[in-house]
Design a protein around this ligand. Structure first.
Ligand SMILES: [Zn+2]
Ligand SMILES: [Zn+2]
Length: 289
């Protein structure tokens, strides 16, 4: 069976209540023939919110897995998808904010777990403390409002602390809503917090990164095991030892990657996956101790 037949005419549930199906469903239907349904009344906020009133359960990957498993249990579906986003400093350039999105596919009949990933510095993720509507409007303009939604949180320390649901107004998409929300918050304390609403349907920039992660997932699904044809034949291990360009001793840089099938265990090694056969001597513990 080819990878493309694997999911053709099958149905999967997508654990979302933030309209992620708008980008995920058409891609999976067109490219894999996988039909997507969104379960009714499936509350994904109980697994964590960006506005800090519910702490995320575990790591980003664990949270995505828990959501997909919960959607399977709630619906009895054999295939489920979930996505989970995270925002923070870029791993290599800490002064740049970045958005990492995961889209996870679980297939309980075939014991498959395939994870698509995208990392992007295209994000408006930010927050600020304001005292006036003018300050709030300045922030709003900077983050792409009203195409991108906003959140107003009441309370002096609400910028970092855990907050309660009654401190927050989310999904603000008009100036009138922003003015009302701010008036409400400023009636309680002298300053209020204003933040970008990172839920997918309020953030078209994030939606694009979810699209990239979905494309990455599809690319991984299409890489099938040369031995048994199972989807998701991907890199499972990196072997260090790229030789130093000066002295030839092995360095910590990658010399080879190992593709491994989760089904039959078939392995394939690819040497010099980064298209370089020697390492810069800067990385050599002998030449540059
Ligand atoms: Zn295999
Ligand atoms: Zn060397």
């Amino acid at each position: 069976m080819s990878t493309l037949e694997f999911f053709a005419s099958q149905t999967a549930v997508l654990a979302t209540m933030h309209r992620k199906e708008d980008v995920i469903a058409p891609l999976l239907e067109q490219q894999l023939g996988l039909q997507i349904v969104v379960p009714q009344n499936f509350n994904t906020d109980r697994f964590g919110t960006f506005s800090r009133e519910v702490k995320r359960a575990g790591s980003q990957l664990e949270a995505a897995r828990i959501k997909a498993q919960a959607a399977m249990q709630a619906t009895g579906a054999a295939i489920a998808l979930a996505s989970e986003g995270a925002f923070g400093p870029h791993p290599a350039m800490p002064y740049l904010p970045c958005n990492r999105e995961l889209v996870l596919l679980l297939d309980s009949q075939n014991q498959l777990e395939i994870v698509g990933e995208a990392l992007s510095t295209e994000t408006n993720f930010s927050q600020t403390q304001v005292k006036t509507l003018a300050e709030a409007l300045q922030f709003a303009e900077r983050v792409g409002f009203p195409q991108h939604g906003l959140v107003v949180i009441a309370g002096e320390n609400a910028g970092t602390d855990t907050v309660t649901a009654d401190q927050i107004i989310k999904g603000i998409v008009t100036e009138a809503q922003l003015a009302d929300a701010l008036e409400w918050a400023l009636a309680q304390t002298q300053t209020a917090w204003i933040e970008t609403d990172m839920r997918a349907m309020y953030n078209p920039t994030r939606m694009q990164v979810i699209r990239q992660a979905t494309e990455n997932l599809i690319a991984k699904v299409k890489q099938s095991c040369p031995h048994c044809g199972r989807p998701g034949f991907e890199i499972r291990e990196r072997k260090a030892g790229l030789p130093c360009g000066l002295c030839g001793l092995p360095t910590a840089l990658t010399r080879a990657v190992i593709y491994r099938c989760q089904g039959c265990g078939f392995e394939q090694a690819v040497e010099f996956p980064d298209q370089v056969t020697t390492a810069d001597p800067t990385y050599c513990s002998y030449c540059n101790p």
